[in-house]
Design a protein around this ligand. Structure first.
Ligand code: USQ
Length: 383
């Protein structure tokens, strides 16, 4: 398959590129290093900062003999995307090219505007490039479970059948996000759905929960292939943050009551999910929405597990509750359906104590690089 990965420098983008290239697919990645720039600007650099794409592609080639084409370019500029699509003629486009941080999107006017413009423009450009140049191409878009928010009813997989005054119809499941970043993903879904209906595009929109993990099958080959791994308050997701806090001897930062429940998955399972989606393209005119998670936890359950395993390793881990910088429900109903990817064949890697121990052990090697100024939340939703 000819695959283009937009946002190929990212935490998910680079492992995805290696995954497909190693399996013999023809892979091109595009990135403008936006995340690296805003990480520098907000003093939120990764614990393990990956080399740039040309260097990593070269290491990967030396080890596997497989080439990954890399393009540095800003996908806000339609000509960059059109040129790349013309040259590569992708059968699948995996679209990760968005500003991915909820806290960054809530930091102020400039950050909110950048998030809104970047995320919507890139999705819009992808839609048009596919429609004009490769209308059969399957767009696989990374959405987020955060699009649904935390409703007091079960979360269905993308769609809800509604009965109203004796009549029935099916609509996109109601969405109500908790940050501007998550809201841009809702708007992406609406744009995609409009253009799927209008132009008959093929789209899979993956509603992903927070991801954790440091390594994948391919990154095990060489440390220089590791994805960038964030633990800061801006780009670090909660499990990765707790692991680093445990190693650094900082009490784990539960925001508020800690009853916030989310659907989590291992980085290795993100690759499986995207692979399964790519190998089962939808028909023209279909928008398939899949909830991408393997298990649910409260934040407090996660903290307790990391503390328990960390203490077994002799780390003396404490757990603290700090005022919640976000506006979100801290105790709520949460029952998402997520059978679509399991039906396609997903074999989950669950967050067992052994997995936590393995991640803690890996992070211990980088203990000296942890900057403790990047732990406490620096962005408040209330401004
Ligand atoms: N949290 C804490 N303590 C921390 C960090 C986070 O209690 O130190 C809490 C948050 O308040 C939230 C939950 O943990 O309730 C998850 O936070 P997160 O930072 O791991 O995830 P979030 O900001 O929601 O965003 C992440 C990714 C995003 C993805 C999303 C999926 O950065 O790209 O879309 O997870 S979801 O959360 O399901 O919307």
């Amino acid at each position: 398959m000819r695959i283009m990965i937009l946002g190929g420098d990212g935490y998910l983008g680079w492992p995805t590129a290696m995954h497909f290239a190693r399996r013999g697919h023809d892979v091109a990645v595009i990135d403008n290093y936006l995340r690296r720039r805003i990480a520098r600007e907000t003093d939120s650099q990764a614990l393990i900062e990956a080399n740039d794409l040309p260097q990593r592609c070269s290491v990967f080639y030396q080890l596997t003999g497989r080439e990954i084409t890399h393009i540095e370019g800003d996908l806000n500029d339609p000509s960059v995307l059109y040129e790349a699509v013309r040259a590569h003629q992708p059968e699948s486009i995996i679209h990760y090219a968005e500003q991915p941080s909820a806290p960054y999107s809530m930091r102020g006017f400039d950050e909110a505007r950048l998030t809104l413009n970047n995320n919507l423009n890139v999705t819009f450009n992808v839609i048009w490039a596919v429609k004009d140049l490769v209308p059969d191409c399957h767009i696989i878009k990374l959405g987020t479970m955060g699009e649904y928010g935390t409703p007091n009813i079960d979360i269905e997989e993308g769609w809800l059948e509604v009965e109203h005054k004796g009549r029935r119809d099916t609509f996109l499941y109601p969405r109500q996000a908790g940050s501007l970043y998550h809201t841009t993903k809702i708007l992406d879904t609406d744009l995609l759905w409009f253009y799927v209906r209008t132009y008959g595009l093929r789209v899979t929109d993956l509603m992903q929960g927070p991801v954790y993990g440091l390594s994948t099958e391919e990154s095990e080959m060489d440390e220089r292939l590791l994805p960038n791994f964030h633990y800061d308050d801006i780009f670090g997701t909660v499990v990765n943050r707790f692991l680093v806090q445990a190693v650094a001897g900082i009490p784990l930062t539960i925001y508020g009551k800690g009853g916030q429940t989310r659907g989590y998955l291992n980085l290795r399972d993100t690759l499986q999910c995207v692979d399964l989606a790519a190998r089962s393209p939808v028909e023209r005119g279909d928008l398939r929405i899949l909830n991408q998670l393997t298990e649910t936890f409260t934040v407090k359950e996660l903290a307790d597990q990391v503390a328990r395993v960390g203490n077994r390793l002799g780390l003396e881990v404490e757990v603290q509750t700090i005022p919640n910088p976000r506006q979100e429900a801290e105790e709520h109903y949460y029952n998402p359906k997520y059978s679509g990817l399991l039906d396609l064949g997903l074999q989950p890697h669950y967050l067992t104590d052994a997995v936590v121990e393995d991640m803690l052990t890996r992070i211990l090697r980088y203990r000296a690089c942890i900057d403790t100024n990047r732990i406490m939340p620096r962005v408040k939703w209330s401004g």
